[in-house]
Design a protein around this ligand. Structure first.
Ligand code: TUI
Length: 319
């Protein structure tokens, strides 16, 4: 039993949410995570409202467990997705890459739980005042669009600043990360990259293998100059992109360079020219397993981690 305010709020068995990864977080992955006792999330990414409505319907054919939709607020379709999520009475909405403030009242009026992803203390405080149900606090270790602060320093600072449940994200991929997140003040975790390497993720095998091959320094940041930094695995595309980023070309040219690259890697398996979004935890991931095994291994392994924590017990001789 791993009951926290997060399991209670969401009606799930384990306090774990799957990251809303564009192209990766399809209805198949989300249904598998929800069936395994976590909260599966369908990612809207930059997709159209009709795509998202279809994904919701397909997920509902696979599971009757709670699930969510992630709205990427930089998307040109964000407003449409908000309408569809409301129309479909999706149980939970997570948001990323922006401030969802103007939509919160609408979601709440329909009983839709709202859980934004935030990269700073100030945004967490502002959104708590607007009535969000919980907050996902994401460190810069995460994959995709990121903030600047590390999970280690950001989580306890936000934990001291808010009262709603805190869900930690960024760099969490095993039982040690899970226990550490709880030690810092979280009552749940959001996990992305680990779920990319799941049997149920409809991600090209080349993409999964790149994560498995990756080591500690392979997840780098592109796009700092555009104001939308994105963490991805080093490849031919990032080498070209970073060279051009350094050369001082106009920002529009850089933004255009990224278009379509994530799909190229996830769907077509072109891991040289595509964008392989991934968190820093990639170096730790060395196999592909089911979502059920990922979740049960993470929570099952916590007991062993507690054993190691006894090193901190005062008066105990641990030499
Ligand atoms: O959203 C994510 N990760 C993502 S979205 C995405 S799709 C994309 N592709 C190319 C370029 C940009 C996006 C890929 N990965 N994570 C959640 C997250 N949200 N991380 C950081 C933030 C964030 C940043 C600023 C949340 C709020 C925010 O607010 C700024 C403001 O308006 O106050």
């Amino acid at each position: 039993m791993f009951n926290t305010r997060v399991t209670k709020l969401l009606g799930i068995k384990y306090p774990i949410i799957q990251g809303g990864m564009a192209w990766v977080a399809t209805h198949e992955l989300a249904a598998a995570v929800s069936e395994a006792g976590g909260l599966g999330i369908i990612a809207a990414g930059n997709a159209s409202g009709e795509y998202v409505r279809n994904q919701i319907k397909k997920l509902r054919e696979l599971t009757d467990k709670p699930f969510g939709v992630n709205i990427m607020l930089l998307s040109p379709y964000a407003e449409d997705i908000v309408d569809i999520v409301c129309d479909e009475r999706v149980p939970v909405v997570t948001t990323g890459a922006g401030n969802p403030g103007k939509y919160i009242d609408r979601f709440k009026a329909l009983g839709i739980k709202v859980i934004p992803v935030v990269p700073t203390v100030s945004l967490a405080q502002r959104l708590e005042k607007l009535g969000v149900d919980a907050i996902i606090v994401e460190g810069t270790e995460a994959g995709g669009h990121i903030g600047e602060l590390t999970t280690m320093s950001l989580i306890p600072q936000v934990a001291d600043a808010i009262k709603v449940p805190l869900i930690a994200a960024g760099g969490i991929g095993d039982s040690r990360g899970l226990v550490a997140a709880f030690a810092l003040g979280a009552e749940g975790v959001q996990v992305g990259t680990r779920f990319v390497c799941s049997t149920e993720a409809k991600v090209h095998d080349n993409y999964k293998q790149e994560i498995i091959k990756a080591s500690d320094r392979d997840a780098i940041v592109t796009g700092r100059r555009t104001g939308h930094p994105v963490r991805v695995l080093r490849n031919k595309f990032t080498k070209e992109y970073l060279n051009i980023e350094k050369s001082g070309v106009p920002l529009e040219a850089l933004e255009g360079m990224g278009t379509g690259r994530l799909k190229l890697a996830v769907v077509d398996g072109d891991v040289e020219n595509g964008s392989i979004m991934s968190g820093q935890i990639a170096g730790l991931i060395c196999d592909i397993k089911s979502c059920k095994d990922i979740i049960e291994d993470m929570f099952g392994g916590t007991q062993e981690v507690f054993g190691r924590l006894s090193l901190l017990r005062e008066g105990e001789d641990n030499e």
